[in-house]
Design a protein around this ligand. Structure first.
Ligand SMILES: NC(=O)c1ccc[n+]([C@@H]2O[C@H](COP(=O)([O-])OP(=O)(O)OC[C@H]3O[C@@H](n4cnc5c(N)ncnc54)[C@H](OP(=O)(O)O)[C@@H]3O)[C@@H](O)[C@H]2O)c1
Length: 356
């Protein structure tokens, strides 16, 4: 048994319901390890979960958070031998620095988690960089490589390219050798992508919901492209159809989020959400056959039940990604609500991490 601090929400529905508590963490069970958390990665999904707008939100009270990094303190009994199906192919021992991917529960100073969800942190990475890695890198990899069937030379549209998933997507696209058009919500993010990520100004669109189609046409013309092979979209809303209409034959639109639904306030504005829901994009599947275009969608949390596939994904990512993820801003564990409000504002660039 160990005393720890957590941020818990009694019932999803408003960010203001997130409260700090002290509780007791039992000893790790069979196949589990206890990790003393040093850093926690924030995800847009955490906000959707707190607001009750995320399909996987637990019923009743829960501790948000999907990823963390820290030091393994203790192993539970009867840990299966390393290398078994679903287990990491390396032994992790107490005292090791680890990254953890968890189905909620990471906003805590100590966590018990199955060892198969733990990986060693690369020696040259900080705890913050470790905590920044799993969800957003795996999301980019799964969407672009597994579903999107990305190939060298593909033309790819990436939304929210200066965000956490977006920067990982850009790294994968560069490694594979794709031709990229990126979208962002604000000019400052465009400057960041041009100055810090080497994109040309023609490649980066500051999205405008009224003229998005012609913005895409201008970018495609400037890059001498006749359409997209792949669209990687977590925004949706009015930006979905213009991008879909510019898919080339055999083009794939991979949808993995709906940031356009994000409320501006600390609790959902249900009327505005209902209006967005009524106006959500719709497609005619018969036309899709004739046009030879596809739409795919996924939720990474599904992969959590397939730990063997997660382990393979980590290994493949290690070949694709050069260096640690970009941690743009760090907040103290005490400042968790402020960190979430900053992420919700849509202003953030790169990854936001809580340091414990
Ligand atoms: N399906 C999955 O399994 C999965 C897993 C991880 C993440 N996701 C999704 O991937 C997206 C990126 O996640 P992330 O954690 O890396 O966050 P992020 O991209 O670092 O931050 C979210 C970004 O969404 C954009 N956005 C668009 N409309 C917005 C609005 N109305 N309000 C606020 N922001 C808005 C903003 O960037 P711009 O304005 O520059 O576009 C904002 O910075 C999110 O939509 C998330 O839900 C899905």
């Amino acid at each position: 048994m160990r005393t720890r601090e957590v941020w818990r929400i009694q019932r999803a529905g408003a960010l203001g319901r997130l409260e700090r508590h002290t509780d007791s963490l039992p000893d790790p069970g069979p196949g589990e390890a206890r990790v003393i958390v040093k850093a926690i990665g924030l995800n847009f999904a955490d906000i959707f979960a707190c607001l009750g707008l995320y399909s996987a939100t637990p019923a009743g009270a829960f501790v948000p958070g999907l990823e963390f990094a820290g030091v393994m303190e203790a192993l539970g009994p009867a840990v299966p031998p390393p290398g078994r199906r679903g287990e990491p192919p390396h032994a992790i021992r107490p005292g090791d620095r680890v990254i953890g991917l968890t189905r909620f529960g990471a906003y805590a100073t100590a966590v018990n988690l199955g060892v198969r969800y733990l990986r060693p942190i690369p020696p040259e990475w900080s705890f913050a960089e470790g905590a920044a890695f799993p969800v957003q890198a795996l999301t980019a990899w799964y969407g672009l490589i597994e579903l999107g069937a990305l190939e060298t030379g593909d033309s790819v549209l990436v939304h929210s390219a200066a965000g956490g998933v977006g920067l990982n997507a850009l790294a994968i696209l560069a490694a594979v050798g794709a031709r990229v058009v990126a979208t962002v919500g604000r000019p400052a993010k465009r400057d960041f992508l041009v100055k810090r990520r080497g994109l040309s100004p023609d490649q980066v669109i500051v999205r405008d919901r009224h003229t998005f189609g012609s913005q895409l046409d201008r970018a495609l013309a400037a890059l001498q492209l006749d359409g997209f092979d792949l669209v990687f979209d977590a925004v949706g809303g009015p930006f979905f159809r213009p991008a879909y209409e510019r898919l080339r034959p055999e083009g794939r639109l991979v949808l993995y989020g709906a940031a356009d639904f994000m409320p501006k306030l600390a609790r959902p504005e249900y009327l505005r959400l209902a209006l967005k829901y009524v106006r959500r994009p719709r497609l005619d599947p018969l036309r899709m056959i004739a046009e030879n275009r596809s739409v795919m969608a996924f939720n990474l949390i599904w992969l959590w039940d397939h730990a063997d596939r997660l382990a393979r994904a980590y290994d493949r990512l290690a070949h694709l990604m050069q260096g640690p993820p970009f941690v743009a801003r760090r907040f103290g564990f005490n400042d968790t609500p402020a960190a979430l409000r900053y992420l919700q504002s849509g202003e953030s660039i790169g990854k936001i991490v809580l340091e414990v």
